[in-house]
Design a protein around this ligand. Structure first.
Ligand code: MSP
Length: 510
């Protein structure tokens, strides 16, 4: 059996409701998964929930509920968001599931047996908010930076994983694999981090401080540090320890935000895998942040408008379109309602929506509701075909390179071009002419608009799956499973019925 294209998102913390950052990462990963499926690959798409650790324990405590009750409620909320956004994940892992806990414990035992985990006394500082030990060198002007929240002094015994002995290996690996991290400039952040000597990683927390975690198999007084637990989801979900793993691993892309690249994903995770004798992930795809007035958006912002409400008002596909069109993967992007509405009105309602409604309208008025043959080929038509050929070539390359915002831009320039072509040919005038060639031009114009619309919809399928299918249905043609020949300009729609007139993107100013 050939290996699947395996792609993952980060697993979200179960300490609050989903927000736009979580939604974006899932949409981005979904667009890639759908694009790969349409390109003929067999895809496995994993996402899930990170349920252990101090943050989760504290947020449950604050509400006076058991952590697992809180996690169950949030798992339902996050999964509901996935379905509202039509995310096509094949699996959803929760770190409280037995399949996950067993793998974490087997890994801990293996590393312990091999002497890669050892017990030692630790005396130092601990950041409750970041759930990690911090050192004097993290202080700025004698103060702990804001991101660490409350920092306490602790003296305790703990278990440590021998990170430090892999430092040179990791530096070499990153230097000799310059496409490992996308965008490439992020590798520099990791190499920078690796300039300082690595400390061994404290992978345990004493139960008296934190009970909500996976118990260490070799010492029941401790639970596992949440990152050491969470990262393992990528292999526990696909059958680590069994033959099944080969069908998925190495993962093709771990899609993550820039805040969790270094150290967790680019330092801890590769070293954990190396120590276990497991192949390296093929790539990390590191996206930027959605910002509001320059700051990272999250649940606690008290936004005037919750961006996720836009899904209910405007539909999943409009939301998906906006975040993919607006964000240059890897960079940050500012979120604003005005920008959303402006994209919705200009690209979706005016350009695409209008093309659909005027075509259906004219199809019923001038062609008895049947898509005509292409009967004539003049300069106007040649220009449309030429334009399509360029869009097709470049858009697929852009999808391949994660330049989705540009692929969409090109597709929408083509949609606008189809509207212009309609203006130029003016079927409403041709319909009044008795000239036989004008009648041919009339039919051809409708046929060209329909074909151009069909092709645009096929190209938009990874980003706007529901709208794409809806348009194909209005042209009486089937949804597609693979791009294959469906992106070739042709005459396949001729004699199909036009669907009933429909407003795909109603104007809405809320
Ligand atoms: N639980 C860890 C990840 C463990 S992966 C083994 C975590 N969870 S999180 O809920 O805080 O973040 C989940 C993902 O959402 C991360 O990749 C993070 O970068 C992303 N985002 C959170 N806020 C974001 C924005 N404002 N914008 C874009 N994505 C950001 O980290």
């Amino acid at each position: 059996m050939s290996k699947k294209f395996f792609i993952t998102t980060a697993i979200d913390y179960a300490n609050g409701s989903p927000h736009v950052g979580h939604a974006y990462e899932k949409i981005l990963t979904d667009v890639i998964a759908r694009y790969k499926r349409l390109s003929g690959e067999s895809v496995h798409f994993l996402t899930g929930l990170d349920e252990h650790g101090q943050k989760v324990q504290m947020s449950a405590q604050k509400k006076g509920v058991e952590p697992i009750g809180e996690c169950d409620a949030l798992a339902a909320e996050f999964q509901d968001l996935c379905s509202r956004l039509t995310i096509s994940n094949d699996d959803y892992i929760r770190t409280t599931q037995t399949r996950h806990k067993e793998v974490v414990q087997s890994i801990l035992q293996k590393l312990f047996d091999e002497g890669l985990i050892y017990k030692a006394d630790y005396n130092g500082y601990y950041s409750i908010r970041q759930e990690q030990f911090v050192t004097e060198k993290e202080r700025v002007d004698g103060q702990w930076p804001e991101i660490y929240g409350e920092v306490i002094e602790v003296t305790e015994s703990n278990y440590f994983f021998k990170l430090s002995q892999y430092q040179d290996w990791l530096i070499d690996y990153i230097r000799s694999n310059d496409t490992w991290i996308y965008p490439r400039f992020r590798s520099a952040d990791v190499l920078n981090f690796l300039k300082e000597p690595l400390n061994d990683l404290c992978i345990s927390r004493p139960k008296e401080r934190l009970s909500w975690g996976i118990e260490l198999p070799f010492d029941q007084n401790f639970v596992t540090y949440v990152w050491f637990d969470a990262l393992v989801n990528y292999i526990s979900a696909i059958g680590y320890g069994t033959d099944a793993l080969k069908a998925y691993w190495p993962v093709d892309y771990h899609v993550i935000g820039k805040d969790i690249l270094s150290p967790p994903h680019a330092v801890y995770w590769p070293i954990m895998l190396k120590a276990l004798g497991v192949e390296m992930p093929q790539h990390f795809l590191v996206h930027g942040w959605w910002l509001s007035s320059g700051s990272k958006m999250s649940k606690s912002d008290g936004e005037v408008i919750n961006p996720l409400d836009l899904i209910n008002t405007y539909g999943a596909d409009a939301f998906r379109y906006f975040v993919i069109r607006e964000m240059n993967v890897g960079q940050d992007s500012e979120f604003s309602l005005e920008l959303f509405q402006s994209r919705y009105n200009s690209d979706l309602a005016n350009d695409l929506g209008n093309l659909v409604s005027r075509l259906l309208n004219m199809g019923h008025r001038f062609a008895n509701g049947i898509i005509p043959e292409m009967q004539i080929l003049e300069d106007e038509e040649r220009a449309v075909i030429d334009h399509w050929e360029k869009v097709k070539g470049s858009a697929l390359d852009l999808y391949e390179d994660f330049q989705f915002h540009k692929a969409l831009e090109k597709t929408f320039v083509f949609v606008a071009e189809l509207n212009r072509y309609a203006e130029l040919r003016a079927p409403w005038k041709l319909a009044k002419s008795e000239d036989a060639d004008d009648q041919k031009r009339l039919g051809t114009t409708l046929a060209f608009m329909a074909e151009g619309l069909r092709l645009s919809s096929v190209l938009l399928a990874p980003v706007m799956p529901a709208i794409s299918n809806k348009i194909l249905k209005l042209l009486s043609t089937d949804p597609i499973d693979v791009f294959d020949h469906h992106l070739e300009w042709g005459n396949s729609l001729s004699q199909n019925a036009f669907g009933e007139k429909e407003i795909l993107f109603p104007k809405n100013d809320t």
